[in-house]
Design a binder for this molecule. Sequence first.
Ligand code: HEM
Length: 144
Amino acid sequence: MRLYPPAPSINRAAIADDAWTSPTGETVKIDAGVTVLIMPWTLHRHELYWENPRAFVPERFLPENRGRLNRFQYLPFGAGPRVCIGATFAMQEAVIALAVLMRRFRFDATPNSRIWPVQKLTTQPRDGMPMRVSLRPAKTTLEN
Ligand code: HEM
């Protein structure tokens, strides 16, 4: 959700002239009518906001670390009046689906597969995600 956000960009049309000042002090003029792209992909990997931005460290999101996150540095579901209404459902669904699948099956990348993300409306793997799926032995399923 941070490194490969399914919604890599959020678009808005400016309804009036405006200006935005970046954290480094640069001011950008925004004319009425222009399209503004808010890019979760970029924001989620930005060095100004994340320590070791490219590293997969899910512990960043543990309750004790949440206080360090600004509400607007992590936008997988957007923010404000048009925030995703399915956010809680989507997170529960993903965890349940993963738990059910990972308990029964093992997923290994096939040799030589190179997974490359592309931005369409959503983030997608350009050539799919070829994987070898094998049943986990019942014994290991219980032990794990
Ligand atoms: C991982 C899954 C999902 C992601 C990453 C996601 C992401 C987003 C984002 C970024 C927006 C804001 C778009 C904007 O501000 O222009 C949005 C809006 C919305 N999402 Fe999701 N979404 C997900 C799942 C779902 C699900 C499961 C539902 C419905 C059950 C849903 C329903 C909606 C609706 C109706 C809106 C529009 C809300 C509005 O404009 O008032 N989404 N979503």
